[in-house]
Write a protein that binds this ligand. Sequence first.
Ligand SMILES: Cc1ncc(COP(=O)(O)O)c(C=O)c1O
Length: 362
Amino acid sequence: MRFPPFEHLHFYDDLSGPKFLNISYSDITPFTIREFDGYLPTKFDLSWGDVAGMPSLRRRVAALHGVPRENVLITTGATEANFVVNAALVGPHQRVVVDAPMYSPLRDCPRGFGADVIEVARDCRDGWAFDIDRFRKAANRRTRLLVVCNLNNPTSARLGRAELRELLDFAGELDAHLLVDETFRDLAFSDPPPSIASFGPRGIAMSTVSKMYGLGMLKVGWIVARPEVLRRVLGVRDYTTGNAPPLAQAFADWAVKRRDFFVRRARAIVRRNRALLQETLDGTPALHADLPEIGNVVFPHSDVNVTKLEKLLIRKYRTVIAHGRYFAARGFRDHFRLGLGGKTPVFRRGLANLRRAVGELT
Ligand SMILES: Cc1ncc(COP(=O)(O)O)c(C=O)c1O
């Protein structure tokens, strides 16, 4: 097993903290311990946790995905979810077809298990439209998994019911599964796409409290799939962590119970920052993006060299963007990702620096 380096994660190693204006993160402003309002799970038994996850959290997650509780496995973040699904379903020389651009572990994790990963690239010129025929052409008899992220990270493009249904039917024709990372589904706000977990036995959804809830350091995520699939996944997860951290699950349960509050919070932050980004785009002809109405990540296209832009921003302005190279093995080198979930004063200053830096390179 040899996993490609997770370059995007380690890019941030020396670029986090208050010295930097990071306008690239995909999470919503972190929720603080203080905001848990004194909540302390004092009755909690720290000697044992349910292997499949805390029952009340599983019940709440099941309701969000429209499935019974037996279809939910709580994991140590969506990162573990992705790993164990791939470990259970994908092996050497099998094929995995993935959307592009996309969050890199979704394409690189199957590579680590020896799979032949084929990226199907979308194009900003047609609004990142999804083309199932290109997925069909990329797949072959050895295909075990199709992978998309809905909403997409980094474009916030949305796959609707009909497209999901088509993809799932295609997975069925191949005797494969469809894995949908639904981490950003809630960030479609009033018009979320349906969860693939509610469609049929070959659909596997995963998600996390890291992004919309701003609770990344809890490392609580989940997989939603039919019990037959979960049994296979659990056979691997028994050897990664055994069960997700019970104390973190208690805090995640507190948050998921208050989901509507977190959605309102996220929506207010994103709305403010989207307006600022629109102004910036209007005043910066070298940058191009149709700002999506939904989602919290944006993937502008730049006329100036993005590698130079990234370096200048870090060196001179201590401002951080996420280069397009992280989101596909090839291509998208003239794009970069911005996140609309950060604190508005930081985002405003970061955007001002972005305009200055683009101006200097134009
Ligand atoms: C699409 C997507 N899935 C999963 C994750 C990671 O989730 P977690 O923090 O729960 O491991 C991220 C984090 O950036 C992400 O963007």
